[in-house]
Design a protein around this ligand. Structure first.
Ligand SMILES: Nc1ncnc2c1ncn2[C@@H]1O[C@H](COP(=O)(O)OP(=O)(O)OP(=O)(O)O)[C@@H](O)[C@H]1O
Ligand SMILES: [Mg+2]
Length: 246
């Protein structure tokens, strides 16, 4: 099982310190990362997944430093993510979106997605991914036409196509109705039971508390609490951080 270690990570955007000496490690669990708006959650995901090189500190995946690697390099090591604002390739179909995630070395032209890479083997893999996220019936629909709940599933399918060991989900339940959120929670549990280590950012407290085995709370760039959901729910610092936001 993969282990991810965040060691003394600090990050500044000019004069603004978005992360302050963040240290924690995680393995074989569904870990929740919560905190008020602007706490630095997405910035931390950007650091872990290679979109930002932190000003200070390091990130290790199975003992290997990854904080200076580019996003495409961290993906090859088994680290995949989804985005807070869904970013499917809008004009491509659901199938083509997943095809793009399969990690072919390069795309000589856009048509490569339609012809060269549409091999039987790839199409079978896509079928499996779409089944996993229950999107098979939308295979040939343009991604932009899907409602938000299904676009979030598509993002997960595209991330799964890279065969991640660690999957980072940035607010996967945002915009979902209760029923969709429940289905998503089942899907995430399913992925975890298949050996994928999950870290998810969430604003929906009930969703995070029901799903996550452990929770790390960030406020103003700093970890203010860490523990099992029941501990976090009653933690005074956490309650104050959220009240301060109202
Ligand atoms: N590229 C950037 N340039 C400058 N400041 C940034 C940049 N990205 C984020 N910030 C700032 O860093 C801080 C942390 O932002 P971040 O997006 O990580 O918060 P968050 O916890 O994900 O918030 P939310 O819950 O609203 O998504 C905020 O003050 C934000 O304005
Ligand atoms: Mg965010």
């Amino acid at each position: 099982m993969s282990q991810l270690e965040i060691r003394s990570v600090s990050h500044w955007f000019g004069g603004l310190q978005a992360l302050r000496d963040v240290t924690f490690s995680t393995s074989d669990e569904i870990l929740g990362l919560i905190g008020p708006n602007g706490a630095g959650k997405t910035t931390l995901f950007n650091v872990i997944s290679g979109f930002i090189v932190p000003t200070r500190g390091e990130v290790l995946l199975n003992g290997k430093a990854i904080h200076r690697l580019r996003a495409d390099q961290t993906i090859r090591l088994g680290l995949a993510r989804t985005f807070q604002i869904v970013k499917p390739f809008a004009t491509l179909t659901v199938e083509e979106n997943v095809l793009a995630g399969l990690g072919t070395p390069y795309y000589p032209k856009a048509e490569a997605l339609y012809k060269i890479y549409r091999t039987r083997e790839n199409l079978e893999k896509i079928e499996q991914m779409l089944e996993k996220v229950h999107l098979s019936e939308y295979r040939f629909s343009p991604a932009a036409k899907l409602p938000i709940g299904l676009q979030r599933r598509l993002e997960i399918a595209r991330a799964l196509a890279t065969h991640p060991k660690v999957l980072l989900l940035d607010e996967p339940a945002a915009g979902l109705v209760a029923q969709e959120a429940e289905e998503l929670a089942d899907l995430i549990r399913d992925l975890h039971s298949q050996g994928i280590h999950i870290i998810l950012i969430e604003h929906n407290m009930r969703f995070a508390m029901n799903l996550c085995q452990r929770i790390v709370v960030l406020a103003q760039g700093e970890i203010i609490a860490e523990g099992v959901p029941a501990e976090i729910q009653n933690n005074e610092k956490v309650i104050n951080a959220y009240l301060g936001q109202e």
